[in-house]
Design a protein around this ligand. Structure first.
Ligand SMILES: *[C@@H]1O[C@H](CO)[C@@H](O)[C@H](O)[C@H]1NC(C)=O
Ligand SMILES: *[C@@H]1O[C@H](CO)[C@@H](O)[C@H](O)[C@H]1NC(C)=O
Ligand SMILES: *[C@@H]1O[C@H](CO)[C@@H](O)[C@H](O)[C@H]1NC(C)=O
Ligand SMILES: *[C@@H]1O[C@H](CO)[C@@H](O)[C@H](O)[C@H]1NC(C)=O
Length: 486
């Protein structure tokens, strides 16, 4: 017993070192009947009180005089939302002015109204108070960091204590959402997105990207994720767009967005590579570009920059698109027009030929039906189709020129009476200026013709019947056998 008493004295003495002497003294005066405690605190065995108690014969007598305090309050779990004030109760009985210590997660905060140094480590520690009318701990303006285990302990010979759990609930908040290089990265470099969040329970993050491909959630294959970052290695222009950090916990959700630009050299596309026109007929040459930063667009005619002064050329621009409107006044106004896009990362161009000769487009073969279009502002004089076999023998077919109201001719020609074999088919057209270029050859293979074809027939109720090659079957076979070449 004596040994235990001495060790308690030592422990309490050590504690006293961190307290102001004056505070301790006040306490001693207030709690004269809690002699054990006071003496321990002061380490002063020679006080009158102590002498008297010792004379009474020690512990047993003392415990009879002052029955030990018990804590009436039951351990409680407090769920509290951020910003509120909570009162952690610690009701003591018989409450003969005991000294109460409050701890948080094992660190001492208060002894009575006196503060321990550990208290200062709490954010805005003045929010925590213990009143001298009760022993309860008040926490005002609760923050997420206030979550933890709080212990109320009565300082007496046989200490008693209870523990409360405080769980602070906070709807998620995004503190900041940042992108490396301020969201403007060069293609091929890396992008780091950081989404700093607050909330309790800790919110979860979902990353997504929105661009012309839609709004898609980032997958493990797109980025490397940590708790609050997404890392995209070797970024591609397709990965530019609006990035979203969406955060949620049981109390709510919120999101933030960041635009990411991927710098890259421009790319040019033209609507048509050859355009037919005639003297005095307006032609619109259309050019679209991509590029980050937005490229400058320059038009050239036969390698020379077109300036704004010329009346037969008008340049318009809307965002990434540019039109060059040409109204040729003389033959020299036809030629090669080049659309060039340029930015800090490079340049790219595509050319459009403006011609008076016919332009053949959209050649298609469906079954044995060949169709194409011809543009010509001058009336067409001749239409020709050529079949070139593997020996190089050319069979020329004159195709009748169809009627047209404008300058576009729709031509359909059915290939029949053709000997079995493999052919390249090209078409061309002539107006009073010149012949068009030949169309890209289409390869036609008649080798398998006109063999009878075995089909699974549903018409005759006999899956093994052999039908002769009818025209229906023939066109189907054509579709399989004809290979388009570019
Ligand atoms: C406190 O919150 C936790 C987690 O959100 C929950 O499991 C528990 O039931 C809540 N307790 C009370 C008393 O609301
Ligand atoms: C609480 O203590 C402070 C000083 O420690 C004192 O000024 C105040 O009057 C006390 N309040 C009550 C209700 O005892
Ligand atoms: C277009 O690009 C090609 C290839 O880079 C270049 O040789 C040519 O000079 C360019 N044309 C114009 C008009 O810039
Ligand atoms: C270019 O011409 C097309 C066809 O007339 C038109 O739809 C488009 O708006 C024009 N674009 C510009 C930039 O002028």
């Amino acid at each position: 017993m004596e040994l235990r008493r001495i060790s308690l004295y030592l422990a309490l003495f050590a504690m006293a070192v961190c307290l102001q002497c004056s505070d301790a003294h006040t306490m001693r005066r207030r709690g004269t009947d809690d002699a054990d405690y006071d003496d321990a605190l002061m380490g002063d065995e020679a006080t009158d009180d102590e002498t008297q108690n010792d004379a009474d014969g020690g512990n047993e007598a003392e415990e009879e005089d002052t029955p030990p305090e018990t804590i009436v309050t039951l351990p409680t779990s407090y769920n509290v939302t951020v910003g509120r004030t909570i009162r952690l109760e610690c009701k003591v009985s018989p409450n003969n002015g005991p000294v109460i210590e409050w701890h948080k997660n094992g660190h001492r905060l208060f002894m009575g109204g006196v503060k321990y140094p550990d208290l200062e480590k709490i954010e805005n520690s003045e929010r925590l108070t213990v009143t001298n009318t009760s022993h309860d701990l008040f926490i005002a303006d609760v923050r997420a960091s206030d979550s933890g285990t709080y212990r109320c302990q009565v300082m007496q010979f046989e200490p008693v204590m209870i523990e409360h759990q405080v769980s602070v609930q906070e709807a998620p908040r995004i503190i900041r959402f940042t992108a490396s290089d301020d969201g403007t990265v060069v293609e091929g470099s890396d992008l780091l997105l950081t989404c700093d969040v607050a909330g309790s329970p800790p919110p979860q993050i979902i990353w997504s990207r929105e661009n012309s491909a839609g709004n898609v959630r980032l997958q493990e294959s797109d980025a490397v994720f940590t708790l609050n970052t997404a890392f995209i290695k070797n970024i591609h222009r397709d990965q530019a767009g609006k990035y979203y950090c969406y955060v949620f916990n049981g109390l709510g959700n919120t999101q933030a967005e960041r635009t990411v630009k991927v710098l890259h050299k421009p790319h040019v596309q033209v609507h048509k590579t050859v355009v037919n026109s005639a003297l005095g007929v307006e032609a619109i040459l259309q050019c679209s570009t991509h590029g980050e930063p937005e490229p400058a667009i320059t038009w050239y005619k036969d390698g020379f920059i077109i300036d704004g002064a010329s009346t037969q050329f008008v340049i318009t621009r809307e965002g990434l698109h540019s039109n060059l409107t040409v109204t040729p006044k003389e033959d020299q106004d036809f030629g090669t027009f080049t659309c060039e896009a340029r930015n800090s990362h490079g340049k790219h161009n595509k050319s459009i030929e403006l011609v008076q000769r016919p332009v053949v487009e959209g050649v298609e073969l469906e079954g044995n039906k060949l169709s194409w279009r011809v543009h010509s502002h001058q009336p067409l004089q001749q239409l020709e189709l050529q079949l070139r076999d593997t020996e190089g023998t050319v069979t020329t077919v004159n195709v009748p020129v169809p009627e047209t109201k404008g300058h576009e001719y729709e031509v359909i020609y059915v290939l029949d009476n053709v000997n079995p074999g493999k052919y390249e088919v090209v078409v061309k057209a002539k107006n009073n200026k010149d012949w068009s270029r030949e169309s890209e050859p289409i390869v036609v293979d008649y080798e398998a013709m006109p063999m009878p074809i075995q089909t699974a027939s549903v018409y005759h109720g006999n899956a093994h019947s052999i039908r002769p090659a009818s025209s229906v079957v023939l066109s189907t076979v054509f579709m399989y056998l004809l290979v388009r070449m570019f």
